[in-house]
Design a protein around this ligand. Structure first.
Ligand code: FES
Ligand code: FE2
Length: 370
């Protein structure tokens, strides 16, 4: 598609020539020669709590078992005969088999591959087929409970480092189930950086020009409200027919769920799942749905171009995010966008920090520089 960008953007050089399968692989492959977690200060940020996507609903059939690795933990996911998805810690309380490999569904329970102990969704052993009595320590539910919901055709789990119960519900969107809207088009990335750096991108007003090459800084309208953040952005969007004034509305729900609605050119709803793998890596999934009348009609090229453009922007950010150092006390200038309010907002998801406001960055704007 033609672009409204004329400036040379150095990052684009690194992406030049990446197409098709090569691009898909680049999005998921390990990043070589990167600095350590400690050198990049990534060990100073806890994992945020909240609802996080671990799979799409259609990736888990009834009676299917899958290993997961998120939040620095080995987990196992299965769907019982009742259709419900469940998650427990992967290692069996008996002799430690990883139940994501060879475990199977029995009724609504998960059967360990090693000696067939059976688990319910709370991680309690409900049966040992060759014993008269289940040992009381195994019969107790696990301290770490992995609550699971399915929303927007995604399987989400609640992560909290101190196992506190969910503090909000995930947001759901009617379009996802509307027959007039397309099935999801899915894209994914593994970024070598924490969720916070990625979330900060939305308020980083200046980067749009320098890394995404937009010819102006977007006009923002921000709102921070409890665990929800919303913004409306009036932006000039590149289309095959030239630059068009468009509106981008986006929101984040906790740290793990985010959505973006584009209107003005080709209506598009993108629902993102942003899930910490460990202290260093984050799994990002973008799922797009668009009105069939636009995505499958004469405007199909435009609808495809919208998705490509959005994914291209993530590719461009990834080049930086993969090696970015977390700066607890960055130098900030007046044109930078609401980075301080954002960091205060985001700190609410760090249970380990509690009310320790010293951990929340004090940013200084040098008035003389403005
Ligand atoms: S290790 Fe799981 S049943 Fe023995
Ligand atoms: Fe960006």
């Amino acid at each position: 598609m033609t672009s409204n960008t004329t400036a040379h953007v150095a990052v684009w050089e690194q992406l030049k020539g990446l197409r098709g399968e090569e691009l898909t692989a680049w999005r998921m492959n390990p990043v070589e020669n990167r600095a350590t977690v400690k050198e990049r200060n990534l060990d100073t940020l806890p994992l945020p709590f909240g609802w996080f996507m671990v799979a799409y609903s259609d990736e888990l059939a009834v009676n299917e078992v899958k290993p997961l690795y998120y939040f620095g933990k080995d987990l196992v996911l299965w769907r019982g005969e009742d259709g419900q998805a469940r998650v427990v810690d992967a290692y069996c309380k008996h002799l430690g088999a990883h139940m994501g490999y060879g475990g199977r569904v029995k009724g609504n329970s998960l059967e360990c591959p090693f000696h067939a102990w059976e688990y319910n969704g709370e991680g309690a052993v409900v049966a040992v087929p060759y014993a008269k009595k289940v040992p009381p320590s195994a019969a107790r539910p696990c301290e770490a409970q992995w609550r699971v919901v399915e929303s927007n055709k995604q399987i989400l789990v609640w992560y909290h480092p101190f196992n506190e119960a969910p503090k909000w519900e995930p947001e759901s969107f009617d379009q996802v189930h509307d027959p007039e809207w397309t099935e999801y088009k899915k894209y994914e990335w593994i970024v070598y950086g924490p969720v916070q750096n990625m979330a900060e991108n939305g308020v980083d007003a200046a980067h749009f020009k320098y890394i995404h090459g937009t010819d102006s800084f977007p006009d923002y309208d921000f709102e921070f409200d409890g665990h929800i953040r919303k913004a409306n952005v009036e932006a000039k969007m590149p289309t095959p027919k030239g630059v068009v004034d468009g509106t981008i509305a986006y929101g984040t729900v906790g740290a793990g769920q985010s959505w973006t609605k584009f209107s003005g050119i080709s209506e598009t709803l993108m629902i993102a799942g942003i899930t910490p793998i460990d202290q260093e890596r984050t799994h990002i999934r973008f799922a797009f749905t668009q009105p069939k009348s636009e995505a499958e009609g004469p405007m199909a090229n435009l609808a495809t171009a919208m998705r490509r453009e959005i994914c291209k922007q993530l590719d461009q950010d990834k080049v930086v995010w993969d090696r970015q150092k977390y700066m607890p006390k960055p130098s900030i200038c007046d044109g930078d966008g609401p980075i301080l309010p954002f960091r205060k907002f985001f700190a609410q998801f760090y249970a380990e920090w509690g009310d320790d406001t010293k951990k929340i960055t004090k940013l200084k704007i040098d008035k003389k520089a403005s």
